[in-house]
Design a protein around this ligand. Structure first.
Ligand SMILES: O=C(O)CCC(=O)C(=O)O
Length: 281
């Protein structure tokens, strides 16, 4: 069923069927896993309280100083890259046990935080292209989910203000023919403090904002623990040590960016590490 920005009553009804009942707290992870496996996503209502969400929104406000550079980032979308390095106030979200239990059940015991971001969709923003977050892991993995994405609503997510579009069951079918999949898309409407969890194979994308208010969320992506080098090359080097390395060595140790399939790996706060290091000096 196609749910567009004007069909809010219909989409509310539809979205509700993907929401977990609050009463099922005890078996939340179990029920969520069933929904994730079947639909590719699940909405967990009321995970975070209003006071915390308001305080967090106020705390991160000054960091929303970066506007998208291309259509994918969204030219009317503000992002806080590397949120985890900017503030400690998002930690209760990034390390929330309800969410992490679900993530661990899918990925294994020690998932890594691959990306953490604040995303604010401003009025007038257009719809983002549907995509799968595991496009940044360009190896065939038909029988294993390698990453899980999470979106926490700081404002209400509504069809008119850019609630995330999701395509139920698209995690099971990786064919590139999007026509019929688009017809099944719906928007994940939710209240502040609710959480949308998605397998990274799921087709999804930010919605257009037809309202007068921004739509704000915290996005986190977790991946399997082995998606990294065996040796940790980041910790042993102080800033001074890093600055003494040759460009070749910087590249080998992961202090350069890599571009593959239009995706840039290894950015710090959305920038090349060398720019970040220069700012630190
Ligand atoms: O903001 C959203 O609703 C989704 C954003 C997203 O999927 C992305 O930027 O990769």
């Amino acid at each position: 069923m196609l749910l567009n920005s004007k069909s809010s009553s219909k989409s509310t009804k539809d979205t509700v069927s993907y929401m977990m009942s609050v009463a099922s707290t005890e078996s939340r992870a179990e029920v969520a896993l069933e929904k994730l496996s079947g639909d590719g996503f699940v909405i967990l209502p009321d995970v975070f309280g209003a006071d915390y969400i308001q305080a967090l929104a106020a705390d991160i406000e000054p960091y929303f100083d970066f506007t998208g550079r291309n259509d994918f980032e969204g030219r009317s979308t503000q992002r806080i890259y590397s949120l985890v390095s900017r503030t400690r106030s998002a930690d209760p979200i990034l390390e929330n046990e309800t969410v992490l239990n679900i993530v661990r059940s899918v990925l294994g015991r020690a998932p890594l935080l691959m990306r953490s971001q604040g995303i604010r969709i401003l009025p007038g923003e257009v719809k983002q292209d549907l995509h799968r977050d595991d496009v940044c892991i360009p190896i065939a993995h038909p029988n294993q989910t390698l990453s899980v994405s999470v979106m926490v609503a700081l404002s209400s997510f509504e069809t008119r203000n850019g609630a995330t579009w999701v395509v139920p069951k698209s995690h099971r079918d990786r064919s590139d023919k999007l026509g019929s999949k688009r017809l099944n898309a719906l928007q994940a409407e939710m209240e502040p403090g609710s959480v949308l969890v998605m397998l990274s194979e799921l087709l999804h994308g930010a919605g257009a904002n037809f309202s007068d208010e921004p739509r704000t969320g915290i996005f986190a992506n977790y991946c399997v623990p082995w998606l990294r080098t065996l040796d940790n090359h980041y910790l042993p080097f102080s800033e001074v040590g890093v600055n003494s390395l040759s460009p070749t060595m910087l590249g080998l140790l992961g202090y350069d960016v890599a571009e593959e399939g239009g995706i840039v790996y290894g950015v710090v706060e959305g920038r090349h590490p060398s720019k970040f290091l220069k700012l630190m000096n």
